[in-house]
Design a protein around this ligand. Structure first.
Ligand code: NAD
Ligand code: UDP
Ligand code: UDP
Length: 328
């Protein structure tokens, strides 16, 4: 790996130069904000496939923020010290809309960002997912579990794309000595989720505020564990800042498990909505149970979520009320 010594010497003198791919998305925009707050230069790359200009509008005038509209499936030549690779649609309805593009984004995107990290010597973090565990047989899920994934189903473009990206990260690490970090992110929610994102928290909040019935898929007994966005961003930054030997994968998520039915009832209570639950058929391969074992993150990163589901939901409800984006 060749690193320009002049560039290396400049490193950290004026704060880190950090690339965030998918930076105009839900998680990416919060991450960009936090990195700017601590003094980094932030280069946000996004093709606006599911992200939105509004998410980063308030950052555009910041002297240390820069935005490039770019598809990570194409090569990218920039000089940076760290890369957070978040570019990829994350909601089932969006990643299933153009499944071939979803796999390309995960795989070609990872190759290009790893190539960039190899050329510049940058440290690179992959936003992987609990979906690598598929419909898990082990519960809660530890990082050593290899998963139960359907390779040919409607979720496979996302699950297998992310699994292949993890493989690429570990092979670039072993073969080329890259400094890598792999975070397996579990369901995360909060302000700036797109109102038509299709994920369960935003769907239910938007529906409840509009007085529409809450669409529960299946009988609502399937579980998820919901992490508030500020906690998750904190975990990502701690992982990036950890010693080089810690490459992961590391689970990041809130270990408080909750059924989808209970989530719907909590949102009705917090919004004081008179809406009711309406039941729809459950999508294929929808995981029945999901809950992270976060022992590794607790021990190695001294990280665990601080925000309760109740407080996080309230903040999310306040956000959707303020932005008045109701009507899905
Ligand atoms: P999001 O859809 O809000 O953000 C993804 C961003 O990536 C969007 O801004 C989108 O426009 C951009 N993007 C998509 N394809 C691109 C491409 N080819 N080139 C450039 N930009 C592209 O989703 P999110 O919830 O913010 O998720 C961010 C990352 O975290 C994703 O990689 C996702 O897989 C991962 N993740 C999120 C969750 C969660 O619950 N939010 C859980 C597990 C993993
Ligand atoms: N790449 C990039 N930016 C860079 C360096 C590489 O986008 O600064 C891309 C390039 O398109 C290449 C990919 O990353 O195809 C993988 O790079 P690598 O050096 O691993 O492979 P090679 O160039 O030998 O195919
Ligand atoms: N879900 C639901 N109603 C909705 C959207 C989602 O009941 O309007 C369910 C979905 O079937 C799944 C859970 O909520 O069991 C979480 O779905 P989401 O799309 O948020 O994330 P993922 O399935 O990727 O965990």
């Amino acid at each position: 790996m060749t690193v320009n010594p002049l560039i290396a010497a400049r490193r950290y003198e004026q704060g880190r130069r950090v690339l965030v791919t998918g930076g105009a998305g839900f998680l990416g925009s919060h991450l960009c904000e936090r990195l700017l707050t601590r003094g980094d230069e932030v280069l946000c790359v996004d093709n606006f496939y599911t992200g939105a200009r509004q998410n980063i509008e308030h950052l555009l005038a910041h002297p240390r923020f820069e935005m490039i509209r770019h598809d990570v499936c194409m090569p990218l030549y920039v000089e940076v010290d760290e890369i957070y690779n978040l570019a990829c649609p994350a909601s089932p309805i969006h990643y299933q809309y153009d499944p071939v593009q979803t796999t390309k984004t995960s795989v070609h995107g990872a190759i290009n960002m790893l190539g960039l990290a190899k050329r510049t010597g940058a440290k690179i973090l992959q936003a992987s997912t609990s979906e690598v565990y598929g419909d898990p047989i082990q519960h809660p899920q530890t990082e050593s579990y290899w998963g139960n994934v359907n390779p040919i189903g409607i979720r496979s473009c996302y699950d297998e794309g992310k699994r292949c990206a993890e493989t690429l990260f570990f092979d670039y690490h072993r073969q080329h000595g890259l400094k890598i970090k792999v975070a397996r992110i579990f369901n995360t929610y909060g302000p700036r989720m797109h109102p038509k994102d299709g994920r369960v928290v935003s769907n239910f909040v938007v529906q409840a505020l509009a007085g529409h019935d809450l669409t529960v898929y299946g009988d609502g007994s399937q579980t998820r564990s919901f992490c508030f966005v500020s906690d998750l961003v904190d975990g990502l930054i701690r992982l990036m800042d950890s010693e080089d030997a810690l490459v992961g994968p590391v689970n990041l998520g809130n270990p408080t498990e909750c059924t989808v039915g209970d989530l719907a009832r909590s949102i009705l209570r917090l919004t004081q909505s008179n809406a009711v639950l309406t039941y729809r058929s459950i999508p294929a391969d929808d995981p029945i149970r999901r809950c992270p074992d976060i022992s590794l993150a607790k021990t190695l990163l001294d990280w665990h979520p601080q925000v309760s589901l109740e407080a996080g939901l309230q903040a999310t409800i306040d956000y959707f009320r303020r932005t008045a984006v109701v009507g899905v």
